[in-house]
Design a protein around this ligand. Structure first.
Ligand SMILES: O=C(O)c1ccccc1NCC(=O)[C@H](O)[C@H](O)COP(=O)(O)O
Length: 212
């Protein structure tokens, strides 16, 4: 199976076009205003409308209210809701039931114990994303260019499709996939020329390295 690639934090036409041309399978729109990658629902809708079909449009939320999700969905059709905060399994289940959109739960990983909630989320989510646990007190729960120990994933039975994230670049993604046994990867900082600004050449290099 080819490795799935998600390019997260798309907020420009050139970033979106490069991700689609390069063969990304999923693209992420960040609906979290403190992020330098944040977009409004209208901006995401306008970007998404540049291409009919193509990659799954992922909406990224951090402890969202129902109103926030509804507002995003009014602006752009999403194929996946990524929950990147402190959402509980009950909250993930409620979001999935209310909006009828598949859900991906992001879990921050730094040690073995961080996998404890996988079993509780598995019945109520469609995918997992394993990212580096964010630094304490940091401004963002993701998108921090910080890797975690990929060997923590090796040989682990995850009962849903999953993506590996955190500090990936074109230079390390092949090794990360091999070490973690990852069926898919997610990147944001590693394909940016400056924080929040995607670089088409880095996007192309990343997708080629991940799928090569
Ligand atoms: O990217 C953000 O700005 C962000 C903000 C708040 C919550 C999550 C966020 N990103 C989540 C992602 O899916 C990133 O792609 C993932 O954390 C990997 O980021 P990076 O280490 O920068 O490649």
């Amino acid at each position: 199976m080819p490795v799935e690639v998600k390019i997260c934090g798309i907020r420009s036409a050139e970033g979106l076009d490069a991700a689609i041309d390069a063969g990304a399978d999923l693209i992420g729109f960040v609906f979290f205003p403190p992020s330098p990658r944040a977009v409004t629902p209208a901006e995401a809708g306008a970007l998404s409308a540049r291409h009919a079909g193509g990659p799954v449009r992922v909406g990224l939320f951090v402890d969202p209210t129902d109103d926030e999700i509804a507002a995003a969905l009014a602006g752009v059709s999403l194929g996946l809701i990524q929950l990147h905060g402190e959402e509980t399994p009950d909250r993930a289940a409620a979001i999935r039931a209310r909006f009828g959109v598949p859900v991906m739960k992001a879990l921050g990983i730094a040690e073995e114990a961080d996998f404890a909630s996988v079993a509780a989320f598995a019945p109520v989510v469609d995918r997992f994303l394993f990212d580096a646990r964010p630094p304490p007190g940091g401004p963002l729960p993701g998108g921090n260019a910080q890797p975690f120990e990929w060997r923590l994933m090796a040989g682990r039975a995850i009962p849903r499709p999953w993506l590996l994230a955190g500090g990936l670049t074109a230079g390390n993604v092949a090794e990360a996939i091999r070490t973690a046994g990852a069926p898919g990867v997610d990147v944001s900082s590693g394909v940016e020329r400056t924080r929040g600004v995607k670089d088409p050449a880095l996007i192309r290099a990343f997708v080629a390295a991940a799928k090569g």
